[in-house]
Design a protein around this ligand. Structure first.
Ligand SMILES: [Zn+2]
Length: 219
């Protein structure tokens, strides 16, 4: 693979990735085709399973084992993130699209969070973001960020505030959708934040000047 093949593409369209979903790690919307990918469903099962195991161990006073299960759960969560990020980047590559994510401020302070469940959750969000960025960069796919305000409340068809309840979304315009799918389309269609475009230019310049790009981009 030479540098020209690795140069950043200039996509006209973006996949929207919703991470605040009801039961998945990420829901990916392609506003051009209407296709939706729901990824990482097993994560919720893993969370529940380990929560129960820990409750049991705590009751028995086995605190060392509790620690060990936390590490194990983190490893499993990381593995799921690897798979999910790989799938998202592949989908962008196949469609010649960029990737849009919500700019979620809180997740950067996640590591200092006291509550393990909260901190693993937000740490996992951040980790997924880092993995998407890394894998996308290897393939020259731009990753940009959008304002998360009301992404799950607005209608992706008409822009009005709709009615969200559980997994469903309904708008007065008649649009009915899965709530996470609607959010992912909103993310895909939103203009990127200026800061994330600026950073993209830095990346693009770095990409042009870099001659050490690995032969086979390993995802
Ligand atoms: Zn509407």
């Amino acid at each position: 693979m030479n540098i020209s093949e690795n140069a950043m593409i200039e996509p006209g369209t973006y996949l929207g990735v919703d991470r605040n979903t009801t039961g998945h790690i990420a829901v990916v919307g392609n506003p051009v085709t209407g296709k939706i990918l729901k990824l990482g469903k097993q994560a919720e099962h893993v969370r529940k399973k380990y929560r129960n195991i820990r409750k049991d161990l705590q009751r028995k006073g086995k605190y060392k084992k509790v620690k060990r299960t936390k590490r194990r759960e983190s490893r499993i969560a990381k593995d799921i993130n690897h798979k999910v990020s790989k799938r998202i980047v592949q989908e962008a590559k196949q469609n010649g699209m960029g990737i849009k994510l919500e700019y979620l401020k809180g997740i950067r302070q996640a590591k200092s969070g006291r509550n393990f469940r909260y901190s693993l959750n937000s740490w996992s969000f951040y980790q997924l973001e880092q993995m998407i960025e890394y894998k996308a960069r290897l393939l020259g796919i731009p990753v940009v960020y959008v304002d998360p305000y009301h992404t799950s409340k607005e209608c992706s068809r008409c822009g009005q505030i709709g009615n969200r309840s559980g997994k469903g979304f309904k708008c007065q315009c008649g649009h009915v959708d899965h709530a996470d799918a609607n959010a992912s389309f909103n993310i895909a269609l939103r203009p990127p934040l200026v800061e994330s475009i600026d950073r993209l230019h830095v990346d693009r310049d770095a990409c042009k000047g870099n001659t050490d790009i690995p032969k086979e981009a390993t995802l």
